[in-house]
Design a protein around this ligand. Structure first.
Ligand SMILES: [Zn+2]
Length: 447
């Protein structure tokens, strides 16, 4: 691929970029009858074939005294066929034909990897969270009261929430979905309906989440039933403080995942000894059961932020070796997660909005690019290089350039799931939380 210095004109911002999405819509919106949109909830449905012209792609780094001082970019033509990137050509060989991307920067589509699409007030009236009493158990009691009402609107609320995520550049989510004796399987069924309605512009993987404890309320039969349905992960919640038993609860979770060939993604808020014991026990179980490697995650895992640095490093090394990832909302305030330590040891780190507007909290913006920005601010990732690396938090670890500045995305054969952003490079997009102008999911132009 040809590399050259960034021409001066490339530094000039062009006007009228916001029209790009409108220019796309009429030509390539998928047909309702597209057989490829079938019944698969995951991101596999293919869209129409087309060419995007005047697409800006990152092609390398410029260095000064060994430091990355600028990200080089060039204009490309990108052919999309059958939901995948078919070809990349520099310049504008097709001339007038093709859809004009108007010099916007093409990045991998964003992924929200921790959200609760099934229970949200989004789309309804404003409602702040109530003062909490009795911690998570108090919240369980609250949910037992309010969930029956929320379930009557949860399909339409989930669709609106998915629309918000799409507007912020996410075409994929990992959603936890309540499985407990109050909702039974209704929250799952309602969400599956919403996801079917939002195809093919959005894909998701689902976690069967025992929000009211595995044993604290009698959730076992519902979890077993959910495991036979179209879900991808078995969830969990603070096994010691909710269920009063780390090993018994984690053994159930691990066995259910193994029996049904699912991954694991547990919520772990516990910060004390029980939190650490849960992490260590899960590491042990995954090492004993290699089928769970690289498909086991701990969400929040606040205990890591409470450990001495030596212990943080040791646990991070063990998590990486076991193939256990950490999903963090990048908390600020009382607790700061050791994200740099996790990256240093090559632990998979993912992020998500968790709550947008619900009874837990109301601060989710829907943007995971904003999470990358928050991470960059919190940990001092303020140089061109470190800002560009921070984009990985928004994309689920996919970056246009590798650490040496070699172009690695997009490549022919990659899924055509991408965003057009009003920025010159990844570093600017992260630093400025640049506006997302267009979202394409597996070739389908969402807007
Ligand atoms: Zn959560």
């Amino acid at each position: 691929m040809k590399r050259s210095g960034m021409p001066r004109k490339d530094f000039l911002k062009k006007s009228g970029l916001g029209l790009a999405g409108m220019a796309f819509a009429p030509r390539v919106l998928p047909s309702e009858k597209n057989p490829a949109s079938g019944t698969d909830r995951k991101n596999t449905a293919a869209g129409a074939d087309y060419v995007l012209k005047n697409v800006r792609l990152e092609t390398g780094f410029d260095y000064e005294d060994g430091e990355v001082i600028r990200t080089r970019t060039e204009l490309f033509e990108v052919s999309v066929s059958n939901g995948k990137i078919a070809a990349l050509r520099t310049g504008n060989p097709a001339g007038g034909s093709g859809i004009d991307a108007k010099d916007l920067l093409l990045l991998p589509a964003f992924r929200d990897m921790h959200i609760h699409l099934d229970k949200t007030f989004y789309g309804g009236q404003w409602q702040a969270a109530r003062r909490r009493t009795n911690g998570v158990k108090g919240m369980i009691a609250l949910e037992q009261q309010i969930l029956p009402g929320m379930l009557t609107t949860s399909t339409s609320r989930a669709e609106k929430l998915i629309g918000l995520l799409q507007s912020k550049g996410s075409s994929y989510a990992r959603s936890h979905v309540n499985i407990e004796p109050t909702s039974k399987l209704q929250s799952l069924l309602n969400l599956q309906k919403a996801l079917a309605n939002k195809k093919p512009g959005f894909g998701a993987e689902l976690v069967a989440f025992p929000q009211h404890g595995v044993f604290y309320t009698e959730s076992v039969p519902y979890l077993k039933e959910a495991a036979r349905m179209d879900i991808d992960f078995i969830g969990g919640l603070d096994p010691f403080s909710i269920d009063g038993a780390i090993e018994k609860t984690m053994d159930f979770t691990v066995q259910l995942a193994l029996d049904h060939d699912k991954g694991i993604d547990i919520h772990l808020h516990e910060t004390g000894e029980s939190g650490l014991k849960t992490v260590e026990y899960l590491i042990k179980k995954v090492n004993e059961n290699p089928a769970l490697k690289n498909r086991t995650f701990i969400s929040h895992c606040f205990v890591l932020g409470k450990l001495e640095q030596v212990k943080q490093e040791a646990i991070a090394e063990q998590l990486a070796a076991a193939g256990i990832g950490i999903v963090s909302t990048i908390p600020i305030g009382n607790l700061v997660m050791p994200i740099p330590v996790l990256y240093k040891h090559r632990v998979t780190v993912l992020t998500g909005n968790d709550s947008i507007i619900d009874h837990w909290n109301t601060f989710g913006s829907g943007s995971v690019l904003q999470k990358a920005n928050l991470m960059a601010q919190l940990y001092g990732y303020n140089t061109e290089f470190l800002l560009s690396r921070s984009l990985r938090l928004a994309t689920g670890n996919l970056l246009p350039l590798d650490d040496k500045g070699i172009q690695q995305w997009p490549k022919p054969g990659d899924a055509a799931s991408m965003v057009l952003v009003d920025a010159r490079c990844s570093a600017e997009a992260v630093s400025r939380v640049s506006p997302v102008k267009s979202l394409i999911n597996n070739g389908h132009i969402v807007y």
